[in-house]
Design a protein around this ligand. Structure first.
Ligand SMILES: [Zn+2]
Length: 153
């Protein structure tokens, strides 16, 4: 487990995440390409003024260490590399994403437990169980799950 706080944004009162359609499509494409396993990766956010919904600016695809359809983990070194790249651009690590290939895009207990190590990060889950992929965004704090609006531009 990598030290959680590195590069993570401080928690905000944001109620939405803003993402360009092309980036959203990239997330869904990644999930579909790795359909035999949960895909995973991280999303960079451009800094915003307090209270404004952060905007996703980069999707970094990562390898699922477990290559499993039931769980995921991003290799610590790869994660640090992505965070460094983001920081070079002046961005923050904003969200972790992964896919649920056969279940609804809602954080599992495993996700909720894992999120405890990543305070302030948002969770994007790409659900592939339905015909139309269902992408959702959450904040998971102290074991409580709060869904954020996904604003597609
Ligand atoms: Zn999950």
């Amino acid at each position: 487990m990598v030290a959680a706080q590195i590069g993570a944004r401080p928690a905000t009162a944001a109620t939405a995440m803003v993402i360009a359609r092309a980036l959203l499509e990239d997330l869904v494409a990644h999930a579909r390409e790795e359909y035999d396993a949960e895909c995973c990766g991280v999303i960079a956010y451009a800094p915003t003024d307090d209270g404004l919904a952060p905007e996703a600016v980069r999707v970094h695809r990562a390898r699922n260490v477990f290559a499993s359809p039931k769980r995921f983990e991003i290799d610590g070194k790869e994660l640090l590399g992505a965070i460094e790249q983001f920081e070079d651009e002046g961005w923050d690590l904003g969200a972790i994403y992964h896919s649920h290939t056969h279940t609804e895009p809602y954080p599992s207990q495993t996700d909720i437990n894992f999120a405890a190590n990543w305070p302030g990060l948002e969770w994007v889950i790409v659900g592939l169980a339905t015909e139309e992929p269902d992408v959702r965004c959450y904040l998971i704090e102290d074991g409580a799950v709060r869904e954020l609006e996904l604003e597609v531009r």
